[in-house]
Design a binder for this molecule. Sequence first.
Ligand code: ATP
Length: 287
Amino acid sequence: MHKVVKAPAKINLTLDVLRKRDDGYHDVEMVMTTVDLADRIHLTLLAEDEIRVEVNKGHVPANKNNLAYQAARLLKDRYPVKGGVSIYIDKHIPVSAGLAGGSTDAAAVLRGLNDMWSLGLSLEELADIGLEIGSDVPFCVFGGTAVARGRGEDLTFISSPPPCWVVLAKPPAGVSTKDIYQRLNLDQMNHPDTEAMIQAIETKNFKEICNNLENVMEPATFELAPEVKKIKQRLIQFGAEGTVMSGSGPTVFSLAKTESKAYRLYNGLKGFMDGVFVVRLLGHRHE
Ligand code: ATP
């Protein structure tokens, strides 16, 4: 049996860090939504009791360190499954980009194998299992638009933003999430107005969504990788309506109301860098 599952990337419309917890994680508050830039996960059931992973990008691990492998492993260890699976990851989402590439692959494997192995688990149950792999996996199990709290697993789904375009710019800079957390000064930061963002989305107010894009990790990432700040400044110069960094970066994105506005930004930025994409905002939950 063979199946192909789409694994879309997420962007953060807001990202706030509230406090450090005793267990070492941080409590966050972020508004996340899905975009139409997706990996494709090919799942083929095997008679042998084995989990194989192959990826079309050399620098992504094709072994037990792959989050897609870990998703299959968790299901296989926990439920009476006969045989194994071969996972081929056709990667389109930039890696280590703040777009939850690995988490969405893991979530797609959970959804796909739940079906193929007839496990009958609910999305809530899959999200609980996914949390063992990473904080963004529960959101990726559902997709859509949500406010994520706690480590990122406490999800409140809200309506989708109005249809729009997203220009994603991923510079080559490598930024470590750990380094960024170390540089955050939780007592002195400008917090996003999460409530205003939720309100703007609920009322489909594109302008207010743009005005409330904010990410507390930007200053730390900009310090570690100044070229990320430069990209944000360029997008603003080219007339972007709203621009912010996604996750811990280094991807910066702008929202655009129309395709032509999106391509104006794309064409401006293309002269300076590779790794620019124009995609649609999806915003709705997986079928
Ligand atoms: P997040 O937004 O959740 O912080 P990210 O987009 O910044 O994630 P990923 O693309 O998920 O980062 O990659 C982070 C690390 O995970 C990389 O070092 C990569 O080698 C590893 N990794 C494991 N599995 C995968 C996968 N299926 N796809 C991409 N990277 C993976």
